[in-house]
Design a protein around this ligand. Structure first.
Ligand SMILES: [Zn+2]
Length: 240
């Protein structure tokens, strides 16, 4: 269950055990088509790695995946548009014949500005187009975050830092539009918490973990907006 979305997603169970920042490993699993895996963690948060899904994708590739032909693999089919709004920001889920995630960001910063990226699972590979995009932050926000106990481990090894003059990291960006691609990565991870793959299109405008979670809740709150589809048609894939 999602209990907090202030800066990252925080999950908690009925015993009060919580784990934060699961979205990047969930995105790596979802991007690899895996929806059945056991993850053991002995800390209150997932390791941030390099701030993207790349290390998790690499490790999944090392271990390999295994089909589960004997088990059904239902998908959550979006039947009609659902939208949530917070000021100028919004997120929506729409019917689609395939899984798509489109994000638009609009930052009042000359080195970020307006960026748009459309991930289409039918013709793009998650690990190549989105999975390497790192989390990012503005240097002037770091003080605010650290004062509240967040981002204590934030370094240039696990995040892209943006100053008024531009990207601080040596080597610059991995994609010219890395910022919006990371928003797509986060959305793929957050949507993986639906419990089954989504057959539909997500669109977000200045959205984040909170709106991503809200739009899922709005979908499930409307029984006429979704159904479980293809329960007996596809094999599940698990980490071997
Ligand atoms: Zn992220």
């Amino acid at each position: 269950m999602v209990v907090d979305t202030t800066l990252c997603t925080v999950l908690s169970n009925e015993y009060g055990v919580s784990i934060s920042t699961p979205e990047h490993v969930l995105a790596a699993l979802a991007g690899a088509g895996i929806d059945n895996a056991t993850i053991e963690v002995d800390a209150p948060e997932l390791p941030i790695m390099d701030g993207s899904s790349d290390d998790f994708t690499f490790l999944i590739g090392c271990v390999g995946v295994r089909p589960q032909p004997s088990r059904s693999r239902p998908r959550i089919e979006v039947l009609k548009p659902v939208q949530v709004q917070d000021g100028e920001s919004w997120a929506r889920l729409l019917p689609s014949d395939r899984f798509r995630v489109s994000c638009t960001i609009d930052y009042d910063h000359p080195h970020v500005g307006v960026q748009h990226f459309d991930f289409d699972s039918a013709c793009q590979t998650f690990s190549e187009t989105v999975g390497r995009a790192r989390t990012f932050g503005f240097l002037h926000e770091l003080e605010w975050m650290r004062a509240r106990g967040y981002a204590k481990g934030a370094t240039l090894d696990n995040a892209v830092a943006i100053s008024p003059d531009g990207v601080v990291n040596d080597g610059g960006l991995r994609y010219p539009d890395e910022f919006v691609r990371h928003k797509v990565l986060d959305a793929v991870g957050d949507l993986a918490l639906a419990g089954a793959p989504i057959l539909g299109a997500f669109q977000g405008f200045r959205s984040g973990h909170r709106l991503n979670n809200m739009v899922l809740r709005a979908l499930f709150a409307d029984q006429s907006a979704w159904r479980l589809e293809g329960a007996e048609t596809e094999a599940q894939r698990v980490v071997a």
